[in-house]
Design a protein around this ligand. Sequence first.
Ligand code: TXA
Ligand code: MG
Length: 330
Amino acid sequence: MILEGSKADAIERAAQALADGELLGLPTETVYGLAANADNDAAVRAIFAAKGRPNDHPLIVHVAGAAGTADFAAEVPTLAHRLIDAFWPGPLTLILPRRAGVAEAAAAGHPGIAVRSPAHPVAQALLAACAARGIHGLAAPSANRFGRISPTTAAHVAGEFGNALLVLDGGACAVGIESAIVDLSRGAPTLLRPGQLSRAEIEAAAGCRLPSKDESSASPTPAPGTLAAHYAPRAKLRLMAPHELRAALQLLGDQARQLAVWSRTPLRSASHATVLRRMPDDAATAARQLFAVLRDFDNAGVKLIWVETPPTGDPAWEGIRDRLERAAAG
Ligand code: TXA
Ligand code: MG
């Protein structure tokens, strides 16, 4: 059931459901999460079951602010404080050494714990109502079935899990792609997942370079839960340059059916059945639309999705490029 997130009684009802060990569809500024009380291992295990997520893929714990890290992290290094001061509340997740014995199920047994303070006002109101009930944090992955497209509206969440799930409606997500993740728990700080915040912005606040997980030699084992194939629509997705798109559309001619195209370059198809949509030139707007566009294409029943390759070398597009490359690998 979808509840209007701006209403105080909806927040109270949602907080009580979480205190009772139930799951909740949670709006954040990045994407919607599927939340449970992070200290309730049984409730957290129900998230894994609902998503069909492998149980060694750890979840992010959402806290109200900087003070909340102390409940879950064994230590908060100086570098973490710098990043928290610069970006919280906001779309940045930090992996810190985990406090012994806490959030065991959310961390999937890993020695680190991922924490983030969401900027969405409904999420903040909910965290306050949760604190009043003794809940310190909310474990929440993106509210989609494992490997599928992340949800950016309450209706997407209801579509994934059905109407039995309580969902707080906070409107369409302002950022649209998941938070950037910086690992501060295993040697040299590493950017595990790019987001709306660019590497350059995070490095400027950190005061040091931040290798990505591919460049980093400090982490001998891959970070848990980072897969090459992810965020996949049902249709087969391909990234293509403008000249490839033009040539392929020309080749198909009026046979270009069950095909959707998302491109910054204006294109034409000889077939009225081709779904053509323009990708915004601005990275922030494109990110906000990305997952909803992929869902629309799937709902249109297309078999192929062709997407114009995002600009390379422009840090603003790094997060979008990452999601599209993984969707193409799926
Ligand atoms: O924006 C977001 O981050 C959204 C909203 C709901 O906050 N959440 C989200 O969660 O994207 P999820 O589960 O889809 O992605 C979390 C990723 C995992 O796939 C994993 O790569 C990483 O965070 N992660 C979490 N805990 C970790 C840990 N202890 N060690 C290493 N990586 C971890
Ligand atoms: Mg996810």
